[in-house]
Design a protein around this ligand. Structure first.
Ligand SMILES: Nc1ccn([C@H]2C[C@H](O)[C@@H](COP(=O)(O)OP(=O)(O)OP(=O)(O)O)O2)c(=O)n1
Length: 134
């Protein structure tokens, strides 16, 4: 438990070290690039390796929900440590996605915003309550 608390403190200090600026995709892109460079891991961060790592983390994320049955929105009945764990696995997925996009030369923020626009055209607000393609 102490080790886990120390780990949390260390991670929180890292967040403060960023100067408390708002978290953007660009910031995460810079942080993940820096993390890889400092460890000489650029050589391992190929598109295929990153994709496999991403899928592996999606598996770890799925395990948290596995066998629980349906989960209430807000996770009000979850233990705090389970919520912290969920945040970690969601983050792993996001960080690998950001890194994969960067390595592939895709501006993820712009691509996602464009996709939101495409989705709105494909599913006009008039089709309220139905997720069927128009
Ligand atoms: N070659 C690597 C290895 C790790 N990471 C970073 C991205 C992820 O955020 C996290 C993944 O680390 P682990 O593979 O240790 O996975 P977990 O943190 O999920 O640990 P575990 O699988 O033991 O639960 O570290 C990375 O960028 N490149």
């Amino acid at each position: 438990m102490i080790a886990s608390l120390e780990r949390g403190d260390h991670a929180n200090n890292f967040c403060r070290a960023t100067g408390g600026e708002s978290v953007t995709l660009d910031l995460l892109k810079e942080k993940t690039a820096e993390f890889a460079k400092e460890r000489n891991w650029d050589q391992f961060h190929s598109p295929r390796n990153l994709l496999l790592a991403l899928v592996g983390e999606v598996g770890e994320l799925s395990e948290i929900f596995q066998w629980r049955g349906e989960v209430a929105k807000g996770l009000s009945d979850w233990k705090e440590e389970d919520k912290v764990h969920l945040g970690e696995e969601l983050s792993d997925v996001l960080l690998y996605l950001v890194r994969l996009s960067d390595i592939c030369g895709i501006d993820l923020g712009k691509a996602a915003l464009r996709k939101v626009g495409l989705n709105a055209i494909k599913y006009p607000a008039a089709s309220k309550g139905s997720s069927e393609q128009t």
